[in-house]
Design a protein around this ligand. Sequence first.
Ligand code: FPP
Ligand code: MG
Ligand code: MG
Length: 338
Amino acid sequence: KSTFAGLDLGTDEFAETVRTSLAQVEDLLLAELSSGDEIMTEAATHLAKAGGKRFRPMFAILAAQFGGRPDASEVITSATVVEMIHLATLYHDDVMDEAQLRRGAASANSRWTNSVAILSGDFLFARASRLVSTLGPDAVRIIAETFAELVTGQMRETVGVADGGDPIEHYLKVVWEKTGSLIAASGRFGAMAADATTDDVERLSRLGDIIGTAFQVSDDIIDISSVSGDSGKTPGTDLREGVHTLPVLYALRSDDAASQRLRQLLLDPQTGKARPVTDDAEVAEAIEVLNASSGMTAAHDRLRAYADEAEAVLAQLPDSPAHGALSSLVRYTIDRTG
Ligand code: FPP
Ligand code: MG
Ligand code: MG
């Protein structure tokens, strides 16, 4: 999926401005991912060419509209850097999740090997680092801190919740670290690059926290609710990995017949902890039970609460043509199905 179906960018003139900026990001992205080496270029551009919504660049570009110079070249650079970091993590994530499909195409690990995918992610990260250095030491520091958060979130997800810990609290922390932090940095970067005021930079970062968290929660809902092929990924990947996401955690918390069956399917009978579900029929059954569960309804309620929170932050931002577009981006984030 390379478009934001139904995203309302407002007037034709404003939509054109955003589209022009996104096209510049696309050119810079492919230029930065190209190497003198043919195999490196092919592997490193594979995911960028497979599609993707460019959600982070879009958010950075919209955030930049609140600054005095939204057309600055630094805005394009910032928007490109965050997408490169995101892409780098996807190469590694698909290795860890043993995912075969990404953006409707073969993941790099399945098309080539784990080694090729890991090295491609490293290459993207190297190129993102080179590009961010042109934005100065503050930008380098912000990206370094964000990257440490991403990796910590991925580590926390891998290790799982501590004994006696609250699994929902653990989940929300992971979600903010692995996804919210980079989307927050995207808003911060776009706003900083366009010389927005310190207060507005903080508001756009806060907005990114909320949108980013909601984005990952909706991603996790889609892993359960999407019909195969719709999301460009294989549904049920989280269950296969033994990763319990928000609809699952809410469903397991309740005490109806559905949740009892879910416990049998998703928990290790010895330890009572999350277990990877490897049997295709069991994955399909768990997905069916989850989609009809109160856990799924509760997860959707949570998404709507994020949308209200995001609107409250938006209301604190000064008037701009980007207001309506960001509001539309919030709705897109919670309503998306792929
Ligand atoms: C996607 O989650 C994963 C992330 C947003 C973070 C991944 C972070 C790393 C792999 C850190 C290491 C990276 C490098 C380059 C050193 P998901 O698996 O729930 O999403 P999906 O459904 O899109 O696969
Ligand atoms: Mg994954
Ligand atoms: Mg993952």
